[in-house]
Design a protein around this ligand. Structure first.
Ligand SMILES: [Zn+2]
Length: 164
């Protein structure tokens, strides 16, 4: 492990309330591990009886819509920005569900159910090759198995039965 500021090798040093944290002797600073934060979105219609799944370019499986939270942005801003960019739609309402850390990509995923306006979709085709409205049952059958997306979708389907 090397310092991201000066390149010097890091050592582990005890930091109060945090435990052993990588430390740079040259910068005299703790280098806390960095990670990204993204929103994962279970997109639904106003009636909350349909779920919109996405198929990304260069990918055969259906997944949930997602996007990175930009520096200085909060999740409440990321959601309408991403939905506008990818689908050309406005957000009616969003409800936070739960989060999961994605080890491989070093990203914390925050999952929301997002209600969008009932209008025609204008797909951002360089990113999303297909968007398909499904019943909750179809969505559960189509989503890639054993993924964080499947976990979020399962929770969302349960929640949507009660309406958000
Ligand atoms: Zn350093």
């Amino acid at each position: 492990m090397y310092c991201r500021e000066c390149g010097q090798k890091l050592s582990l040093r005890f930091c109060e309330n945090e435990g052993l944290i990588p430390y740079c002797g040259k910068c005299e600073a703790y280098m806390f591990p960095q990670f990204s934060i993204a929103v994962s979105m279970v997109v639904t219609n106003r009636a909350q009886d349909k779920i919109l799944l996405a198929k990304h370019v260069e990918d055969d499986d259906f997944i949930l819509f997602a996007g990175y939270i930009k520096k200085g942005e909060n999740a409440e801003k990321t959601i309408p920005r991403e939905i506008k960019e990818e689908l050309g739609l406005d957000v009616v309402k969003a409800k936070y569900m739960s989060s999961r850390y994605h080890q491989k990509k070093e990203v914390l995923m925050l999952n929301f159910i997002v209600i969008v306006e009932d209008k025609a979709i204008k797909l951002k085709e360089d990113e999303v090759s297909e968007a398909r409205w499904c019943t909750p049952e179809e969505a559960l059958a189509l989503i890639r198995k054993g993924t964080t997306a499947e976990y979020f979708l399962t929770n969302a389907v349960r929640e949507l039965k009660k309406k958000i």
